[in-house]
Each structure stands twice: as structure tokens, then as C-alpha cells.
Design a protein around this ligand. Structure first.
Ligand code: ZN
Length: 297
């Protein structure tokens, strides 16, 4: 392999499947994810099948521990938080970045960081129709070049990812990623696997001269802290460490469980990590914003 270390961002269905199939490929693997293992993950993400989700277990921490148990020759480093533009410094510690997140917003943030640093990257995503993989390298088209005209129209995210794609789709993904990692697939390549008929596409892409990210145009990311709103809840990051003890006093009836604070009322719940990440369940975005405003005026 040309690349000896990799930073995986997102260990849901695709990321965890990649992880399990990557044994022996790297000296060092960073695992970035702010999510905790949910009951629904046990059936759709086999990697987590032996995890007990009755108390909060970080996906990144669980994945690193599990991989250390299987693979003694690779260093596994967990980052138990949602990825934001505050985390770009970590890129310098890895040869290649792999985006396996399930939302466009994170993908655009990661793309921004990689293009600014000329850092090679793999963007892998899944919707109900296809599994797609895009490879970025310095001077190639970037993720935004390719998708800037369809952003907002493409359906993706955790609602679409109800089950793991079949074995053929996964072996397609592993084959293409291995080719790229060994220098046998050019940056700028786009590959897709059609989930219903098994058709495969591979094509070269061109830079878009009007791209907001990699052209001379300036690109400003919104910094309101919202990561994603989807069926599993609302994910929000404060971009900083927070003292959970202090927050516990403000949220009547909340309880500390390891590195998390859990607060629940009337079927609604908020899970807060000490890294400043929030998962709101059964909250509307407005309700989540109101609660945040009352806690951090
Ligand atoms: Zn671009």
C-alpha cells in the first residue's frame, strides 16, 4: 500500500464494514465518530452485534477496542466526537482520509479540509439506489466539483441506510478502495454500484472551475453547530469540551453515565458527551434550539 495510515470518519454501516475488511492494510487507523451504538444498529451493522446498548457506548471507542482485539499489528486510535472544521489538524497525522459519514454536511466539511491541505481522500456513501465512491487527490476534482449541482436533490443519510448493502456491493467498495490505496486508481475517479441490478460504473471526473471549494471562489461553511437532522434524532456539536457536572445541575433529573450525561422527559431525551456533542431524540429542531439556548445563553 502507498498509504500506511488512514483516518476513518464515520463507522456506521459502511465504515464498520470497511474496518473489518481492512485488517493488515495499515500501520495506524484513526476512528472518528461522535455517535453511540443504538439498538437499531445491532441488526443492521453486524460489527456492533456483540455490543450492549443499554448504556451509552461510543461507536469509535467500541470499534477501536474491538479491532485491537482482532488485529495486534495495527494501532487503532478512537476520536469520540462528531467531526467539525475544528478537527482539521488531525489530518496531518494520517496519509489518507476516508469519509464514511451518512450526511452531506460532514462530507462538505471533510472535503473542505482535504482540498485546503491537498490531502488524499475517499468519499464513500450509500443511498437506496447505489453505493458510490469518489477518490480525491491534490489537483483532482474535489467532492464539491462533482456534486455541487445536485446537492440538495440527492437523497442520502441515515434514513436510507436501513440495511447493509449486499456482499457484492461491499466487495466492489473494497476492491476500488484497495486499487486507490495501492496507487492503481487515479484521484478524481468516481465509482458506483447499482444496488438493484448490480451494474458497475467507473469514470474519470474533471475539476469544476466554478467550484466554491477548490476554485478561487471563497467558500464559507456555516458554523451553527448542527450536524444532521434525521430519523435517529438531531446531532449538534458545540465544538468544545464541556463540564458535564455543571450541566447536570441545570438539567433536573439528568444522570451521568461514564462520559455522557443523559436527560429524558416525556419520551424525549438528550445525550450529551463531554466533547460537546448532543444527540436529541424526539425533539423538533426548534425544541432542541430552545433547550440549547436556555443551557448556553
Ligand atoms: Zn472542487
Amino acid at each position: 500500500m502507498v498509504y500506511k495510515s488512514i483516518l476513518l470518519i464515520g463507522v456506521g454501516a459502511l465504515g464498520s464494514a470497511f474496518l473489518q475488511n481492512s485488517i493488515g492494510m495499515f500501520d495506524k487507523v484513526g476512528i472518528f465518530d461522535g455517535d453511540v451504538v443504538a439498538k437499531s444498529n445491532l441488526s443492521t451493522q453486524p460489527f456492533y452485534a456483540d455490543c450492549d446498548p443499554s448504556f451509552p457506548v461510543s461507536k469509535a471507542g467500541f470499534a477501536a477496542d474491538k479491532m485491537r482485539g482482532i488485529d495486534k499489528n495495527t494501532e487503532y486510535i478512537p476520536y469520540e466526537k462528531y467531526f467539525t472544521d475544528e478537527d482539521f489538524e488531525i489530518f496531518s497525522q494520517y496519509d489518507v482520509i476516508a469519509d464514511f459519514t451518512d450526511n452531506l454536511r460532514s462530507r462538505l466539511v471533510i472535503n473542505d479540509g482535504c482540498t485546503k491541505r491537498g490531502k488524499p481522500a475517499i468519499f464513500s456513501s450509500l443511498n437506496d439506489r447505489e453505493l458510490s465512491i469518489f477518490f480525491y487527490g491534490e489537483d483532482s476534482a474535489c467532492f464539491n466539483c462533482i456534486f455541487r449541482n445536485s446537492i440538495g436533490k440527492a437523497k442520502e443519510g441515515c434514513e436510507a441506510m436501513l440495511s447493509l448493502p449486499g456482499k457484492n456491493a461491499m466487495s466492489f467498495m473494497m476492491e476500488k478502495i484497495s486499487l486507490f490505496l495501492s496507487g492503481n486508481l487515479e484521484p478524481g475517479s468516481f465509482c458506483a454500484f447499482n444496488l438493484s441490478n448490480g451494474n458497475e460504473i467507473q469514470t474519470e471526473t474533471m475539476k469544476d472551475l466554478e467550484c466554491e471549494t477548490c476554485s478561487l471562489h471563497s467558500f464559507k461553511l456555516e458554523r451553527d453547530g448542527f450536524i444532521q437532522v434525521c430519523s435517529s434524532g438531531i446531532k449538534f456539536s458545540l465544538h468544545k469540551q464541556i463540564p458535564l457536572y455543571g450541566l447536570k445541575d441545570k438539567l433536573n433529573g439528568s444522570r451521568l453515565i461514564d462520559n455522557y450525561l443523559l436527560y429524558g422527559k416525556n419520551g424525549m431525551s438528550v445525550l450529551v458527551s463531554e466533547n460537546g456533542d448532543f444527540l436529541f431524540t424526539n425533539y423538533s429542531r426548534k425544541q432542541a434550539e430552545e433547550l440549547l439556548a436556555s443551557l448556553f445563553p
